[in-house]
Design a protein around this ligand. Sequence first.
Ligand code: ZN
Ligand code: ZN
Length: 136
Amino acid sequence: MNFYVDKIKNNGLKVTPRRKAIINIFNHCRVHLTPEDIFTRLKEEFSHCGLPSVYRNLEILAECGILARIYRFDNKRYYGLCHSADGAHHHHIICIKCGTIAPLKGCNLFKRKKINGFKIIDHFIQVDGICKNCQE
Ligand SMILES: [Zn+2]
Ligand SMILES: [Zn+2]
């Protein structure tokens, strides 16, 4: 938890009970979740908790590099806890069955300034797969 608390502080943000609770939920279940999933779980602890503030906090935690935004084909938003300890540039691999998320390292795309004449601004990579548990 301290590791994540430091990340929030390093981004000049406040460590609020809600932000801590959100991280705890992800830490506990280890799979990707929608804002609605988080909202349902937070309501048990915080009676005055609105869905818009959940959306906001998830985006803030994603900006800090604590959560990763996950893309699925059902058009819902998903987030997963980023387990990378060093904060170096990386992407994520997602289990399409259970939603487990793991870091995917070794991306060299940032070293390329141009591709096919395009000046590269940014890139997004997500690898979908089936985790060890789900293969059995
Ligand atoms: Zn799985
Ligand atoms: Zn990359």
